[in-house]
Each structure stands twice: as structure tokens, then as C-alpha cells.
Design a protein around this ligand. Structure first.
Ligand code: IPE
Ligand code: IPE
Ligand code: MG
Length: 246
């Protein structure tokens, strides 16, 4: 029985309401084909639309995808610049389809370090889709779980200093209100492609009770069918949230 704070999908009983995906393996996918890593990132970006559009079929109301981490700046300048240009192009190219499909887009992560043109595209896309409700797509861009908690704590400390918040009132309910994800439910299912079994700084606070699926498929090969299988098998998980079933 799901608890009140962890409801499952309203669309398909037992389905995960919020799925978060660590889209990993683009580089290896390209290398296997003797192509540059950016070729893999382009192939990976093309996969996103099908997965977003499949969400209502599988009862998924919220989809959060990890596009660029706070650690990914350590990559070569060529790869980072190529990724930033891909994000700009992706937003420009996909805006119309996202709007038409009823997708509400949000971004999480620290925008300050991104270039002005990209920030404007992100802000515009959020605004242009803000009335949509069919699928809530959140794109984690320059996102790191530790960075998010640190920024949240800084904002919280400012509120304490300004007398807006009593330190004695800081608890598990208060802190998440300062996270980038404050309007989102916690993820029910976190999928990582490419065979790596780690979370690489993704949604650290929010995934405390998520179910995990680590699958071997490289992200550019991830399909609607596989997504559907993972959502269906989620329904067989015994989620206990620390309690004992009676
Ligand atoms: C994930 O694919 C995309 C980003 C991190 C931007 P990778 O680029 O990490 O691909 P692999 O892990 O090197 O194969
Ligand atoms: C995680 O993948 C980040 C994204 C998918 C955007 P990485 O490829 O950066 O993670 P590590 O380096 O293997 O932990
Ligand atoms: Mg990787």
C-alpha cells in the first residue's frame, strides 16, 4: 500500500508516477561505432522524444532526465562545448513538439554557470510550456545533488538570518522546499543505462526511497519497449518505506 507521501500513478495503477533517468553510455555507443563522442550525444538526444511521449502510456506523470552534471565540466573543452551547443539546438528544435504534446518542461541545476543564450532558451521553454500538464519533464542541466543541497542550505541560512525562518523549525519538510525540485514529487523509479551501478550525484535527497534499475543498454539504444518493461516490473516491487507489512 503506497503511503500518502508516495502515491503511485493516477493513470495506471501500480505504475511509477515519477521516473528519473541517468542517460549514460553515449560516449561508449559512439566509440563502438568508431565515431567521436559527440556523435553519441546527438544520438542520445534523439532518444528523448520517444521516451517523453511514451510516459502517458505507462502512467508516468513526471520524467526527470540527467543531461549534464556539475562534474561533467571536467571533460574536454571540445566535448563540453559540443554538449552546450547540442542543448541550445535541442531546445530550439524541440520546443514546438513539446508544446504540442502537452509537456511542461522545467530545468534543475545551477544556471549561473551556463551561457546567457542557453539560459534564455531554458527560461523561454519553461515559460512557453508552463500551462501544460500531460507530462512533467524535468531536465537536470549543470545539476549535482550535493551542489543542490549546498545551494538550498545557503538559501535557507539567508532566510534564518533575515528572521523569516526559525532554526528550530528546520526539519525534513522544510529543507526540500529549498531544493530545485521543490515542486516535484520524489522519484519512484530511477533508471541508469550503460551498466554502471552508481548514482553519480543525481537526486541524492529525493531518491532516498526510490527503486533502482541499472540496465546494460547504452542510452542511444534505449527504447520505448524497454521503458515499458521497466515501468511494468516496478509494479511488482515491494516498497516498504521502513515499515513492516501486517
Ligand atoms: C552520458 O553519456 C551523457 C553525459 C554525461 C553528458 P556519457 O558521455 O557519460 O557516455 P559514456 O559513459 O562515456 O559512455
Ligand atoms: C552521469 O553520467 C551524468 C549524466 C548522465 C549526465 P557520467 O558518465 O558523468 O557519470 P560517471 O562519471 O560515470 O560517474
Ligand atoms: Mg558516462
Amino acid at each position: 500500500m503506497p503511503s500518502a507521501s508516495h502515491p503511485t500513478s493516477e493513470l495506471v495503477p501500480g505504475a511509477p508516477r515519477h521516473v528519473a533517468i541517468i542517460m549514460d553510455g553515449n560516449g561508449r555507443w559512439a566509440t563502438q561505432r568508431g565515431r567521436p563522442r559527440l556523435f553519441g550525444h546527438h544520438a542520445g538526444a534523439k532518444r528523448v522524444r520517444e521516451i517523453v511521449e511514451a510516459c502517458p502510456d505507462f502512467g508516468v506523470e513526471y520524467l526527470t532526465i540527467f543531461a549534464f552534471s556539475t562534474e561533467n565540466w571536467k571533460r574536454t573543452q571540445v566535448e563540453v562545448a559540443g554538449l552546450m551547443s547540442l542543448f541550445r539546438r535541442y531546445i530550439t528544435k524541440e520546443t514546438r513538439a513539446l508544446k504540442a504534446e502537452g509537456v511542461r518542461v522545467r530545468f534543475i541545476g545551477d544556471r549561473v554557470k551556463l551561457d546567457d543564450k542557453l539560459i534564455k532558451l531554458m527560461n523561454d521553454l519553461e515559460q512557453e510550456t508552463e500551462l501544460n500538464t500531460r507530462v512533467h519533464l524535468t531536465i537536470a542541466l549543470n545539476y549535482g545533488g550535493r551542489d543542490e543541497v549546498a545551494r538550498a542550505t545557503q538559501r535557507l541560512a539567508h532566510d534564518v538570518a533575515a528572521g523569516l525562518l526559525d532554526p528550530d523549525d528546520v526539519d525534513e519538510e522544510t529543507l526540500p522546499r529549498y531544493l530545485d525540485t521543490h515542486v516535484l514529487p520524489d522519484p519512484d523509479l530511477v533508471i541508469r543505462t550503460s551498466g554502471e551501478a552508481r548514482i553519480s550525484n543525481f537526486l541524492l535527497w529525493q531518491s532516498a526511497y526510490a527503486e533502482y534499475e541499472f540496465i546494460d543498454t547504452l542510452w542511444p539504444d534505449f527504447s520505448k519497449a524497454e521503458f515499458g518493461e521497466l515501468c511494468a516490473s516496478f509494479g511488482c516491487r515491494d516498497r516498504r518505506f521502513g515499515a513492516v507489512k501486517t
